[in-house]
Design a protein around this ligand. Sequence first.
Ligand SMILES: *Cc1c(COP(=O)(O)O)cnc(C)c1O
Length: 219
Amino acid sequence: MSIANQIERLRLSLPSGVSLLAVSKFHPAEAIMEAYDAGQRAFGESRVQELQLKYEALPKDIEWHMIGHLQTNKVKYIAPFISLIESLDSERLALEVQRQAEKCNRVIDCLLEIHITDEESKSGWAWDDLLGFVRGGGFKALPNIRIRGVMGMATLTDDESVVRRDFERLAACKAELEEYFGDEFDTLSMGMSDDYPIAVEYGSTQVRVGSTIFGAREY
Ligand SMILES: *Cc1c(COP(=O)(O)O)cnc(C)c1O
């Protein structure tokens, strides 16, 4: 199926209120343009340099989301244009995003990436650290960051019950954090190519789909 057809099919299959982030990492500008011409505007990338090059080469009404681990020393390269940093995963990174956003005279939307699996390898805040920072008013001191919600990844497994447990956990994390943020805390970013229908069952408001749209990635 073509990229355009996949975009169309996904759009029809997602309930209203669930947006589609097309994860274009490792795929060339031409593939992104094919999705763009099918009406897609939100794209996710995981590496700063690739994101910068694509931002420069492609239409300026594209909404770029950073979904990969972000090193503090690279925030400055994306701060001028990024629409949403989905991978805000530490206090140190939050402080740097604040600093760079202020320099650009912007307020940058971010999601809190939360580590919800039992896997060591996955990134994201440990829940207790995050809750401590939030309760201590940590984000109140960062006026150029607007926290829009949470992002997370389920365990990579064929055991659907584990995936369900992970999405349930992430939805519970979001619910628990709601009281600390305003009405703009409205995003629950979960679900990828292999598990997005399950994520939607647990209240996902944004699915991040890559290989189903663009095919397998060549790393
Ligand atoms: C690569 C990636 C995706 C997309 O994965 P697919 O399995 O290709 O749909 C989604 N979210 C994050 C954080 C990713 O790194």
